[in-house]
Design a protein around this ligand. Structure first.
Ligand code: HEC
Ligand code: HEC
Length: 273
């Protein structure tokens, strides 16, 4: 069967040719590796999901996305050309090799529709508990209006945090910053402003908190870790909302490493003086 034989030989030759092409391509030391990407992707999975299918409706899936596109987006987040508070905090921590590996990994996963993944337990877990005595012992150091959200928020800091900042020392374990979030009283659809310039408080809707404890950051991947700080949101009835993805808090506060991850450090310092 000369015809078949010819075809087999032809195929064998093609195989040799493609093996040769692979062998020639292999020495490129910077070839992207999906295997390496998988290891590097642990912090990404807290938001984009273990299989590249994200954990929330406002976070895109990455599974099956084109590698080139993933690479371009990560580079745009890294330079700040594409803006997003979370990704702009994460991408600058990645090298070009990391970006290529991550793109190879996520592009190789099977796309999977509209499903949602579970949050990463190591990142979502928080040790922050409600500070029952904060009204008595914490210092209220700041208030801000949030016009877009029609909210006014009051900021409180624990005594040990205030003392350390006053002494010019690092914030110790056991410290907490605690925020009361109020909806503003509305007239028509506009917040009513009091004589002090702040919105009149209507209902306390929730609390946000960050607290620090020995070893708390240990399990959190470095790209997201905020030293030993953990974060939490509490409902008005003082119950912790365990649906909060702590990864979002960690990512957005991450660039403030030089200020102990505190956005309002200036206001705390001013009050501590
Ligand atoms: C804290 C949550 C969070 C983490 C952790 C995170 N991302 Fe994202 N990522 C987002 C959000 C939110 C967006 C959508 C940004 C926007 O709206 O522009 C996004 C967008 C992206 C996009 C663009 C997707 C598109 O469709 O345009 C890529 C690529 C990406 N992330 C890769 C990564 C990689 C790789 C990691 C890990 C190194 C990572 N992300 C970690 C939240 C996160
Ligand atoms: C998009 C970025 C962003 C995300 C995500 C974010 N924060 Fe913040 N956070 C801020 C900014 C900016 C401030 C300073 C003033 C303000 O907006 O409240 C702040 C302030 C705080 C403060 C007061 C102490 C400080 O740093 O000044 C606490 C407590 C806090 N955030 C908790 C949380 C918690 C809990 C989460 C997650 C559920 C979270 N944050 C997610 C941006 C963010």
């Amino acid at each position: 069967m000369p015809y078949l034989k010819g075809a087999t030989v032809g195929r064998a030759a093609a195989t040799v040719a493609s093996l040769l092409a692979l062998a020639l391509a292999a020495p490129a030391a910077d070839a992207a590796s999906a295997e390496a990407g998988k290891t590097k992707a642990e912090p990404c999975m807290a938001c984009h999901g273990e299989n590249g299918v994200s954990v929330a409706d406002d976070i895109p899936n990455l599974a099956g996305q084109k590698a080139k596109y993933i690479e371009m987006q990560l580079k745009a987040f890294k330079t700040g050309k594409r803006k997003n508070d979370l990704m702009n905090a994460i991408a600058p921590q990645l090298s070009d090799a990391d970006i290529a590996d991550l793109a190879a990994f996520f592009s190789g996963l099977a796309p999977s529709g509209t499903a949602k993944s579970a949050m990463s337990p190591k990142v979502a877990k928080t040790n922050v508990t409600f500070p029952e005595d904060y009204k008595k012992t914490y210092t209220r150091y700041y208030t801000i209006n949030f016009p877009d959200l029609k909210q006014v928020r009051d900021y409180f800091a624990s005594p040990d945090l205030m003392a350390a900042v006053k002494a010019g020392k690092p914030v110790p374990n056991g410290s907490m910053v605690f925020v009361e979030v109020y909806s503003a009283k509305l007239e028509g659809n506009k917040p009513v402003t009091a004589a002090d310039g702040f919105y009149v408080r209507d209902k306390l809707t929730l609390y946000t908190a960050m607290a620090k404890g020995s070893g708390w950051g240990k399990e959190i991947p470095e790209i997201l870790r905020n030293g030993d700080w953990h974060y939490a949101v509490f409902s008005a009835d003082r119950k912790r909302r365990d649906t909060t993805n702590q990864a979002t808090c960690l990512a957005c506060h991450k660039p403030l490493d030089k200020d102990d991850y505190l956005f309002t450090i200036k206001e705390i310092k001013a009050k501590a003086k």
